[in-house]
Design a protein around this ligand. Structure first.
Ligand SMILES: Cc1cc2nc3c(=O)[nH]c(=O)nc-3n(C[C@H](O)[C@H](O)[C@H](O)COP(=O)(O)OP(=O)(O)OC[C@H]3O[C@@H](n4cnc5c(N)ncnc54)[C@H](O)[C@@H]3O)c2cc1C
Length: 436
């Protein structure tokens, strides 16, 4: 594996019963388990590999309200509130710091698009504001050229992906959640149409409700249940540098690069607005679902035929609960970093900020993002499947929104007042989902 996560000592024994089973130990599943356990609900989380090792341990670490889809803004606001308390909630270091986020803007198109986004920022009283001239250079002394404007949100933050989800998992465990690693869930059992349990590779667990938080695997899991959960993969490549305290202490995005200061003083660096969308059979199956977004954000993605096409093609789509499933065959999705993206990300960063030239990338990795047709997640019940819930499809935004999303999922499962209006996250907003 190309990344190293803080380890979590999971539970060894399978319980015979749990009120809720959470499938997936990324930040969404872990946060759901944490907020369920906090309310005294008996919850067991099953992770096929180790906690946080897929998207949640590979991301850039940005926890931002800035630039978010209007539908997601309330969730990002609540999530930041929770992030600010996360070290206290967990009693551990999650790496969260309110460092601020800054986009450097040049072209008329980008300026116009963020000007119209600022209406949402004002509606939600976000701290985002445009800055110019000396305000930009005070934050980023050493920029190679003057930028027309910056969009700056001082109250946004960043957290440490290899620390945060494990810390939350340990906290959930302390509050009573059972955390099982190397424990893939193969399928769900029902009695009289109601959920009665799950079958894992290590045996069955009886339960009353199931939350599917399997990230990039949720579509496959749901597909085996006869549900069409529409997501497509996107690959993003990241690298990190050694520490250097002389460079800026915030998260910065330019048109074609992004960097953020890490807890260890180094930087996570990546390409921005140039994601690889690997072709899969689903690219054809879901063509019409994704067409409107593809037309709108074509400049941010490039389709590519990669080895992932064949890996995905060979994967079983249907199985019985007594068979070995694709989840056991791939403990951790660990895509190869894309060389071209590494090269361009580094070159673009050094060009914009020559101070990076004295640093060297010391590690690189990639992650597979699960994107929905409208790039907004699903945090929802599923029609005609009582007590089955999905929290997936976070479309590259789920680290920052993870705490709020888990809280919201726990609210929906327990029937508590929701932390934010769940309407934008309903599964039924997608084509053909109204009947389950
Ligand atoms: C390179 C990159 C950069 C990103 N940058 C940011 C960022 O800066 N800010 C931000 O907010 N978001 C960012 N994201 C997105 C963010 O990381 C994800 O949205 C978020 O981590 C999703 O969490 P998750 O729990 O849904 O999925 P994951 O973290 O992928 O976790 C899903 C887990 O489910 C497990 N699983 C699946 N199926 C089964 C099964 N049947 N049984 C048991 N376990 C199962 C998997 O093993 C996996 O561990 C980025 C993502 C990537 C890849």
């Amino acid at each position: 594996m190309r990344i190293t996560m803080d380890p979590v000592a999971g539970n060894e024994d399978l319980p015979s019963r749990s009120d809720v089973i959470v499938i997936g130990g990324g930040i969404i599943g872990v946060s759901t388990a944490l907020f369920l356990a906090e309310r005294g609900v008996s919850v067991t989380l099953c992770e096929k590999g180790i906690i946080g090792a897929e998207q949640s341990g590979r991301n850039w670490g940005w926890c931002r309200t800035m630039g978010r889809d209007a539908a997601e803004i309330p969730l990002t606001v609540e999530s930041l509130r929770l992030w600010r308390r996360m070290n206290e909630i967990t009693g551990l270091e999650t790496g969260f710091r309110e460092r601020g986020t800054l986009y450097l803007l040049d072209g008329e198109k980008a300026l116009a698009s963020y000007e119209s986004w600022m209406e949402h920022a004002r509606d939600h009283a976000l701290s985002a504001r445009f800055i110019e001239g000396a305000e930009i250079t005070n934050l980023l002394p050493g920029l190679a050229k003057p930028w027309k404007r910056g969009l700056y949100t001082p109250t946004d933050g960043t957290a440490e992906p290899f620390k945060a989800t494990p810390a939350m998992a340990r906290a959930a465990q302390k509050k009573g959640a059972v955390i099982l690693q190397h424990c893939a869930v193969r399928g769900i059992e029902t009695e009289g149409g109601a959920i009665s349990g799950v079958v894992t590779e290590r045996g069955a667990i009886r339960c009353g409700a199931v939350v599917l938080a399997g990230g990039a695997w949720s579509r496959l899991f749901a597909g085996n249940m006869g549900l069409n959960f529409p997501t497509l993969p996107v690959i993003n490549t990241v690298m990190r540098t050694a520490p250097d305290e002389s460079l800026p202490d915030l998260a910065v995005g330019g048109p074609d690069f992004a960097f953020r200061r890490r807890l260890d003083g180094g930087y996570s660096v990546a390409i921005r607005n140039d994601n690889l969308a690997p072709l899969t059979l689903d690219s054809f199956r879901l063509f019409f679902d994704f067409l409107p977004t593809a037309l709108k954000s074509m400049h941010e993605y490039r389709l590519g035929l990669t080895p992932y096409f064949f890996e995905d093609w060979k994967r079983a789509r249907r199985w019985e609960n007594d068979e070995i499933t694709p989840f056991e065959l791939v403990r951790t999705l660990d895509p190869k970093p894309v060389k071209r993206d590494l090269k361009n990300a580094w070159a673009n960063t050094v060009k914009a900020y020559p101070g990076f030239g004295k640093l060297k990338p010391v590690q690189s990795w990639a992650g597979l993002i699960d994107a929905t047709p409208d790039a907004v997640p699903v945090i929802s019940e599923v029609p005609n499947r009582p007590n089955f819930y999905i929290a997936s499809g976070f479309s590259g935004h789920g680290f920052g929104t993870g705490p709020g999303a888990g809280h919201l999922m726990a609210d929906i499962v327990t029937g508590a007042a929701p932390i934010v209006d769940p309407t934008p996250f309903r599964l039924t907003r997608f084509r053909g989902q109204s009947t389950g």
